[in-house]
Design a protein around this ligand. Structure first.
Ligand code: PMP
Length: 314
């Protein structure tokens, strides 16, 4: 059998060393005689782990003391609803920087709970970030939502970091809230990591479901309900933290971008160079718009070589 290389953007490949740890934890967690998956989230065993992983996140991202760290159910999209439900009551409006399909979805979800101002000019295809001089920010917005690591000043900045969480150092103090689904870089699907500044708590709309209410979840120390159990955070720390992760991401993505650049246009990367991701590398084959037949042949050939989940993101 050929060796399988998983290129899935998320759920993404886990490190081989993490498989080994999971294997042990799956059958006999810390010599308790039972699996972590069978362990009560109210038990001392889980409470210890809960405290430990919060501490790891605090160390890795250098999270200041006035921020709470939450592990919540519902993944990235759960937070698309939680962000407006917890914050939009501050002024009734929110700014959304729409630079791709995910931030467009986040804005659409927020419209259910208040007035949403899309600050970026409308584009048919998302192949770069519109220059900041074209953004129409509202100084009265409850918050500005972005899906990138760029920073803006003024009203609280809320960032969806689902696709590059823990891949490099960020200055947490520049953000009001950071959130992300875990399945790409830090764990398994279904869980969101949320880092929220304390002064942004206690603003939830009365209709906010408790499970999405950050204040309720802070009081419950992230175990209001039964949480998903696996994360790779300790592994990240053991490998040298986020500086090391950033170095690896640059190395890995350069390997692919270099092949694209050196292919004389055979492979084509549509995203502007200054907006390119080190996590997800969209590319077409044969031409800028892609050649269907060639792309099908490429995917078939790749799969035969064990290179799987390369098919483009919708
Ligand atoms: N935001 C971004 C930037 C994402 O890449 C994704 C997942 N691809 C999501 C949100 C949604 O995450 P989830 O599937 O956990 O709801």
């Amino acid at each position: 059998m050929v060796k399988i290389h998983n290129f899935g953007a998320g759920p993404a490949k886990l490190p081989e060393e993490v498989y080994e740890i999971i294997k042990k934890e799956l059958t006999n967690y810390e010599n308790s005689g039972i699996s972590l998956l069978e362990t009560s989230h109210r038990s001392g065993t889980y409470l210890k782990l809960n405290t430990e992983i919060q501490a790891v996140v605090r160390r890795l991202l250098n999270v200041p003391d006035n921020y709470k760290i939450l592990f919540l159910s519902g993944g990235g999209q759960g937070e698309f609803a939680a962000v407006p439900l917890n914050l939009i009551s501050r002024t009734g409006t929110a700014d959304y920087v729409v630079t791709g399909a995910w931030s467009a979805k986040a804005a659409k979800e927020a419209k259910k709970y208040g007035k949403v101002n899309v600050v970026t000019p409308h584009t048919e295809r998302y192949e770069g970030i519109p220059d900041q001089s074209t953004w129409k920010l509202d100084p009265n917005a409850s918050y500005v939502h972005i899906c990138t690591n760029e920073t803006i000043h003024g009203v609280p900045l809320v960032a969806d970091m689902s696709s590059n969480f823990m891949s490099k150092k960020v200055d947490v103090s520049k953000f009001g809230v950071i959130y992300g689904g875990a399945q790409k870089n830090i764990g398994t699907s279904g869980v969101a990591l949320v880092i929220v500044r304390e002064d942004l708590l206690n603003h939830a709309l009365p209709i906010c479901p408790s499970i999405l209410d950050w204040t309720v979840n802070v009081k419950a120390d992230s175990i209001l309900n039964t949480p998903p159990m696996f994360a790779v955070l300790q592994w990240i720390e053991s490998k040298g933290g986020l500086e090391k992760m950033a170095e690896l991401a640059t190395k890995k993505s350069s390997l692919v971008y270099n092949i694209i650049e050196e292919s004389n246009g055979f492979y084509y990367a549509p995203v502007a160079k200054n907006a390119r991701s080190k996590m997800n590398i969209p590319f077409r084959i044969g031409s800028a718009k892609g050649d269907d037949a060639l792309e099908k042949e490429f995917l078939k050939g790749a799969e035969a070589l064990g290179l799987i989940q390369l098919k483009g993101h919708r």
